[in-house]
Design a protein around this ligand. Structure first.
Ligand code: AMP
Ligand code: MG
Length: 356
């Protein structure tokens, strides 16, 4: 694509309103703005303007059949773009909006095809971040915003990550510091018979169970430790088109080692020995406990094993950091519990690792 001049807006105490106004003008004029949310940075454009939404796909080199999430700042805005909203959606909104939960609803005709990848449904979310909410409000339109990375790369959790991927490809980047959560929203489909989790994320399946009678996990078979969910996860069709693509991957190959802590440590030690025998350099992304027992050529310690929130917070930055070091392989420590945000962390690492 042709190079664009990318404006960088840095948010500080004195300039919030002014920055939001300038960025919202770009959105209203059909441009693209990357901005922070509580999950990861998003690349936004007017969700109701097909030419603007096309620019997101071009900037990210994203496949056209991978639909976008419409970010809203009010429930009224959800009603503008979605129809036949089921009652449980309002319970979920009460509990988790604003927050890292995306709902798939039936779409209204006002939503252009490019935004939904031609689907009859629309993904909606209300981000829990003052910059994101301010930008949507000031723009006066829902903002379509996938993660602000080149398609397939790790999601950005700082403005520097966004610039590394998208400088020269988007109109503006708002730098609002490092994001709080670090992994994307949970995507919950409310248009199927039984509500289904299409992607694990910031809100755990247990939390959602508090609001809906039944919910199945269609996102990652092993994300939930119960037999019924594992059985239902095998359903052949890809409901969330994004799930079929390689994702979150640095250029350096990633190997994920999952299991109980003891076998993870044993396996990582063996892998390090094998790679060293071949003359390869190993980057390790680990919990503190694993780091007490193994070390590679570049060691990145993320968090204590019982703190999946901290793992999530440091995950994508960690992958990008090790990708920039002189290593031939990145080994990721998967000895955390697959619960709550831990399920989202393992899901992202599995995708980053492909089948390795
Ligand atoms: P991203 O915003 O890049 O984190 O990706 C958004 C995710 O939501 C992708 O996995 C999409 O496939 C999924 N998604 C968006 N809209 C829909 C929809 N209408 N139906 C199902 N999945 C969707
Ligand atoms: Mg993404």
């Amino acid at each position: 694509m042709e190079a664009t001049k990318t404006q960088i807006f840095r948010i500080d105490r004195g300039n919030f309103e002014k920055t939001i106004r300038a960025a919202a003008r770009i959105i209203r004029d059909g441009g693209t703005v990357a901005f922070p949310t509580e999950t990861v940075y998003g690349l936004g454009a007017d969700a109701l303007n097909p030419a603007a939404v096309m620019k997101i796909f071009q900037a990210k080199a994203r496949p056209a059949d991978n639909p976008l999430i419409a970010h809203v700042s009010s429930r009224a805005q959800i009603r503008e773009i979605a129809r036949d909203i089921p009652a449980c959606a309002f319970d979920l909104m009460d509990a988790f909006m604003p927050g890292p939960l995306t709902l798939i609803l039936k779409r209204k005709a006002i939503v252009p095809d490019v935004t939904t990848g031609g689907l009859d449904t629309i993904a909606v979310r209300m981000p829990d971040h003052p910059v994101a909410l301010g930008l949507i409000r000031e723009s006066g339109t829902p903002i379509a915003a996938p993660s602000a990375n080149l398609s397939g790369r790790p999601s950005p959790t700082t403005a520097a990550h966004v610039a590394a991927d998208l400088a020269g490809r988007v109109d503006a980047i708002i730098d609002g510091g490092q994001v709080r959560i670090g992994v994307e929203s949970t995507v919950l489909d409310l248009t199927s018979q039984t509500p289904a989790i299409l992607r694990p994320g910031g809100i755990g399946i247990k939390d959602i169970r508090g609001c809906v009678d039944e919910v199945k996990d269609a996102g990652g078979a092993r994300d939930v430790g119960n037999a019924r969910d594992v059985a239902s996860a095998g359903m052949g069709v890809v409901k969330s088109p994004g799930m079929k693509y390689t994702h979150y991957a640095p250029e350096t190959p990633v190997i994920l080692v999952e299991g109980d802590p003891e076998s993870v440590v044993t396996r990582i030690s063996k892998l390090i020995a094998e790679y060293h025998k071949k003359g390869s350099r190993v980057g390790l992304m680990m919990t503190e406990e694993t780091a007490e027992q193994v070390s590679g050529d570049e060691d990145l310690i993320l968090c204590p094993r019982d703190n999946p929130d901290a793992y999530a917070h440091n995950l994508f930055g960690g992958l990008r950091y090790l990708d920039g070091r002189d290593v031939d392989v990145i080994i990721a420590d998967g000895s955390i519990q697959s619960e709550g945000v831990g399920a989202a962390v393992l899901n992202r690492l599995r995708k980053a690792a492909g089948s390795r």
